[in-house]
Design a protein around this ligand. Structure first.
Ligand code: SF4
Length: 346
């Protein structure tokens, strides 16, 4: 049986992931820590620049914030009509039932909302109100369960959520965004897979992975269970400095998804989350990487390179079609044709 997840600076010190007197207490006071046994197994402890450790082990660099960073970088709160719902686009909503994750990514775009001190789990009455909102808005075709990681919920609670959504005729698609198949693959058993399905609805699951080493044998088994069970898998990754900001790694990552029957979907430009500037690359650098991928790997392996425009204006495809300004800033067009300035990398 595997050990427990690492959740405190003392836990990290006890397994020599960080040195004693690391100075990380102020980081831990601000942002949650979470490293599962499966993630610990993936780390190469002999490599000080290990791309897996970089994603999960806190550093004092997180205490440095830049003026453009924001607590709510993609603007969830300004599109939240009721607790737990984000209604940014007409035909779909986010349903954020939980704000807990099995791991806490150091670059997380919702790092101010997730974790033990985050927004918590919806109460029964808040969940009722969220479901009422979905039921009373017939334009909602798709419900995206995110948060937090919805797969931390028990199969019983997931099944109950799916049954409630199944009763809403106009909802046709239910999508889960999760890291669980990679970071806690043992949770993905037959009971969990069955709980994700509901009669008359199609279930998609976006697997979050950022490096090809995340495709462990246990993760591959979890993917297989999901696909064979009837869940459609798509990918999401974040383009991160020191993790996957080179063509070889990105090509292996995208091929790894496809080999596991996961269609590459989104490659996110890192968001302006507080204390994450050490992860951000410039948009121009990202565009070059994405262009290089085009020439390197099959069209089947190509993700869409997207930016969540700060302020809640939605996603923009930034693989092409952006306009560079004279001062190094970019102008990014949102889905309604409005233009927004975006700062260059530090
Ligand atoms: S799993 Fe997602 S929501 Fe949770 S910490 Fe990582 S990026 Fe944030």
């Amino acid at each position: 049986m595997r050990g427990a997840a690492l959740k405190t600076v003392a836990d990290l010190e006890a397994v020599n992931l960080v040195p004693a007197e690391s100075g990380l207490d102020p980081v831990a006071e601000k942002y949650a820590i979470g490293i599962t046994p499966a993630v610990l197994d993936l780390m190469d402890r002999s490599d000080p620049a290990d791309p897996i450790a970089r994603q999960f082990v806190p550093t004092v660099a997180e205490l440095q914030t830049t003026p453009e960073e924001r607590a709510d970088p993609i603007g969830d709160l300004c599109h939240s009509p009721v607790e737990g719902i984000v209604h940014r686009y007409p035909d779909r909503v986010l349903l954020k039932a939980v704000h807990v994750c099995p791991v806490y990514c150091r670059f997380c775009f919702r790092r101010e909302m997730v974790g033990p001190q985050g927004l918590g789990t919806l109460t029964g009455s808040e969940l009722d109100a969220a479901m009422d909102y979905i039921a009373s808005h017939e334009e909602i075709w798709e419900v995206i369960l995110t948060g937090g990681d919805p797969l931390v919920l028990s199969p019983r609670r997931l099944k109950s959520l799916m049954e409630r959504l199944a009763a809403i005729e106009h909802v046709r698609i239910v999508r889960f965004h999760t890291r669980v198949p990679v970071v806690e693959p043992e949770r993905v058993n037959d009971e969990m897979v069955a709980a994700l399905l509901a009669s008359g609805k199609t279930t998609y699951l976006a697997v979050h992975a950022n490096h090809p080493r995340e495709f462990s044998p246990d993760a591959r088994l979890a993917f297989r269970r999901l696909v064979d069970g009837g869940v459609v898998l798509i990918s999401q990754s974040v383009l991160l400095r020191g993790v996957n900001d080179d063509v070889d790694t990105l090509a292996a990552l995208m091929r790894g998804f496809v080999e596991n029957r996961i269609k590459p979907y989104y490659l996110h430009h890192p968001d302006l989350a507080p204390g994450t500037s050490h992860f951000r690359i410039g948009i121009e650098e990202g565009q070059k990487l994405v262009a290089a991928l085009r020439g390197r790997i099959s069209g089947l392996c190509q993700p869409t390179y997207v930016l969540d425009i700060p302020g809640g204006h939605g996603k923009a495809d930034i693989g092409a079609g952006t306009v560079a300004g004279g001062d190094g800033c970019f102008t990014v067009r949102d889905w309604q044709g409005r233009e927004h300035a975006y700062p260059p990398a530090e």
